[in-house]
Design a protein around this ligand. Structure first.
Ligand code: SF4
Length: 380
């Protein structure tokens, strides 16, 4: 196992709650709670001093919630504490941004503190759809944010879009993709996520009341294939099942997850994986602050992965990547041949054309990517 480490920092605050949101985030906290949370999070980082000193910190990711909603001074404080544990340059530091927060002044503060990758939560370029899903920004805000980023010399920008959004159509989705491409050369990375409708969200209520329509599964599949072809024509290559980038701009942080590297997560709901152990924190903000201040554990769930769990997880994570599994690497890592271990499963998936095997690599076909859950089930 190499000695590199990624760090995830969860900022669970938002200005308002999107109608589809099921993340660990709150739009009801005052400045005092935000400040207390950041202090608690810093204590959690310091409580992990021993592990942090043992590893080389390769990437940091500020996610949420909406990290750009809180004052940049908090992000700077967290960063300066993490940097105490390394004398090396941290290769990639990403922050998630709401386009409506991206003033030139705020962006310049991030640039000065060394953040070098910016993830713009766009979701759609259709203002009607953005309203229906309760996003607080507009298409025009995205243009302003992008222009401010150019002015701040920011050139490593990622953007998120959601497929299968309420009232989205193939045409409006195509407009979203073309809008992103036309924004400019600063957009180096695009992530696409499929909408998940969770119980007890406003969106679920709107759907139940027939107030909005979701695209069918076939339409969503078509959106996915349109995404791959439009983005490929414009130099964005699919490197993971839902991620595209210009060459050399793949997310190092997420690649570490998919390559089963180690990571530590700080803050509510943050997940960690280190030394064969996976665990995640509680989600309640006030409880988190109290527990940290009382020297209590904030971990909610822990799972020890044995060799078989690790191997199965490795297969699923690697198959998410377009390169798939290098079978020689698999053998050297687990001291077993993947074909000996999963002969029946792999033969079936190859016959059904969900997997392909070429040049010592086993990977998902285009059809396999569409029905990836069927493949995962074979290895769980
Ligand atoms: S910005 Fe993200 S975390 Fe915040 S409410 Fe919207 S979806 Fe949830």
């Amino acid at each position: 196992m190499n000695n590199e480490l990624s760090i995830y920092v969860h900022i669970p605050f938002c200005k308002s709650k999107c109608y589809y949101c099921d993340f660990c985030s709150s739009d009801r906290e005052d400045e005092e709670t935000i400040s207390n949370y950041i202090e608690a999070l810093i204590k959690e980082i310091l409580n992990n001093a021993e592990i942090l000193s043992e590893y080389k910190i390769k990437t940091i990711y500020f996610g949420g919630g909406t990290p750009s909603y809180i004052e940049p001074k908090y992000i700077e404080k967290i960063l300066s504490v993490i940097k105490l544990f390394t004398s090396d340059v941290i290769e990639e530091i990403t922050i998630e941004l709401n386009p409506a927060d991206c003033t030139y002044e705020r962006l310049m503060q991030y640039v000065k503190m060394g953040i070098n990758r910016y993830s713009l939560g766009m979701q759609s370029a259709n203002n009607d759809i953005l309203k229906i899903i309760g996003r607080r920004h507009s298409k025009e805000d995205v243009v302003t944010a992008y222009n401010n980023m150019m002015k701040a010399n920011i050139s490593n920008i990622s953007t998120d879009v959601i497929t299968g959004l309420a009232n989205d159509t193939l045409d409006s989705f195509k407009e979203t993709l073309n809008f992103i491409i036309k924004l400019g050369d600063g957009i180096k990375h695009i992530s696409t996520y499929s909408l998940e409708v969770h119980e007890d969200t406003k969106l679920a209520t709107l759907i139940d009341a027939n107030f909005v329509n979701l695209p069918t599964e076939d339409e969503e599949r078509e959106m996915n294939s349109m995404t791959t072809s439009i983005l490929a024509k414009n130099g964005y290559n699919m490197y993971e099942i839902s991620n595209y980038s210009k060459e050399g701009y793949e997310s190092k942080h997420n690649l570490n997850y998919w390559n089963q590297g180690y990571y530590l997560g700080f803050g509510v709901s943050a997940a960690s994986y280190i030394n064969g152990k996976r665990y995640s924190n509680i989600c309640n903000i006030k409880e988190y602050i109290n527990k940290i201040n009382n020297f209590e554990d904030v971990v909610k769930e822990t799972e020890e992965l044995d060799k078989l769990d690790t191997l199965r997880e490795y297969i699923i994570l690697k198959l998410r990547l377009i390169k798939g599994i290098d079978i020689k690497e698999f053998k050297s890592k687990f001291k077993i041949d993947i074909f000996d271990m999963f002969k029946t499963e792999i033969d079936e998936l190859l016959n059904k054309k969900l997997l392909e095997f070429k040049e010592d690599r086993l990977y998902l076909t285009t059809y396999g990517r569409d029905v990836a859950n069927i493949v995962w089930e074979k290895f769980i």
